[in-house]
Design a protein. Structure first.
Length: 318
């Protein structure tokens, strides 16, 4: 398995001209996109459906999901998934009934919220962005045939980003920025360890990560701090790219022939905007020991464990 965890991309893998029109024919394939009722998730879902995939919009509000699906041309289905409630994640997986999932796009996310807990008592950003997707991926993995793409962020390098094993839920002093950074660092470490496990199990499935740079979506509107929200409003207007450009790294990671554990982001200055390319990650996001420890802790917290034995292939039948 090739590994790009520490290297910057070469010009060969950069594709300034790559856009959604270059997605290959996805007829007969199924994609599950979490948080597909708005922003990057909806844009990515629409592009995958346009390319012929059957797209499952996995959303926490069915009505808003249906409204979103009505804007998409192609084959879609709306299913309820609340990543902040592990019983909802289990219900989603139980109802799946063994159909193949060619692409699982772990897109949903919340950012810099005021202190809140998930239904299971976890800090909301870690619980939603990481633990919910961790559980979902492991429960669906026996049916995944091609790849798992997880949305991370440039914030995995910011705000003193580290996995606070001693206090994952920030019980001894909540900081919304640090909690977001921890959750996005966790998304990258999850991808690293998932790819290692897939390779060890002899699975053809690949785990990749992507980040959109800075894209104007609903994400920024939930920030608890009004000053931060004000800055982000201005940023959305003058700095951010739109959600179509923001979805390109996701789509590139989902459909191009890239090595497992690749991380895709925009190729512009500071990875804020631009065409999709392979990008680097922080040293903290490349640490295999921390990735393994996070995996073990996530198994304990969610009660969901690795589903594939050594040499086991996907169970899904076409
Ligand atoms: N926009 C950026 O500049 C940026 C930068 C770096 C990384 N990202 C990442 O990109 C991803 C997509 O974000 P976005 O910018 O497209 O923001 P967005 O428009 O706010 O979309 C986030 C989606 O996640 C869903 N979601 C939130 N909590 C959920 C839960 N408990 N269960 C299920 N779905 C839930 C939201 O559903 P509701 O509509 O019901 O809230 C929404 O559909 C996130 O992972 C984010 O961290 C974005």
């Amino acid at each position: 398995m090739a590994d790009n965890t520490k290297s910057k991309s070469t010009s060969k893998s950069t594709s300034k001209t790559w856009d959604a029109s270059r997605i290959p024919d996805l007829s007969g394939r199924t994609a599950v996109v979490t948080g597909a009722n708005s922003g990057i998730g909806l844009t990515a879902a629409a592009a995958l459906a346009r390319a012929g995939a059957h797209v499952v919009l996995a959303v926490r509000d069915l009505e808003r999901g249906r409204v979103a699906a009505a804007t998409v041309t192609g084959s879609t289905e709306v299913r309820r998934l609340d990543l902040a409630d592990l019983s909802s994640v289990r219900e989603f997986a139980d109802a799946w009934q063994g159909r193949p999932v060619d692409l699982l796009i772990n897109n949903a996310g919340v950012m810099m919220l005021p202190e809140q807990r998930t239904a299971d008592g976890f800090e909301m950003q870690f619980g939603t962005n990481h633990l919910g997707h961790f559980a979902l991926t492991n429960l669906l993995l026996p049916y995944v045939t091609d790849r798992v793409v997880t949305l991370a962020s440039g914030a995995h390098r910011l705000f003193d980003a580290r996995i606070r094993f001693e206090d994952l839920d920030f019980t001894s002093g909540y900081n919304p920025n640090r909690a977001y950074a921890q959750s996005k660092l966790a998304n990258l470490l999850f991808t690293l360890e998932l790819q290692r496990r897939l390779a060890q199990a002899g699975s053809p499935v690949r785990a990749l990560a992507a980040h959109p740079g800075y894209a104007a979506t609903n994400l920024q509107s939930h920030a608890g701090n009004p000053v931060a929200r004000g800055f982000m409003k201005i940023g959305n207007r003058f700095l951010a790219q739109d959600d179509k450009a923001g979805a390109l790294p996701t789509l590139y990671a989902a459909t191009q022939d890239l090595p497992g554990a690749s991380y895709v982001g925009p190729d512009g200055r500071g990875e804020m905007r631009g065409g999709p390319t392979l990008v680097g990650r922080s040293a903290a996001a490349s640490d295999p020991d921390v990735a393994r420890r996070l995996w073990t802790v996530s198994e304990e917290l969610t009660g969901v464990s690795w589903p594939l034995g050594a040499g086991e292939r996907v169970a899904a039948q076409r």
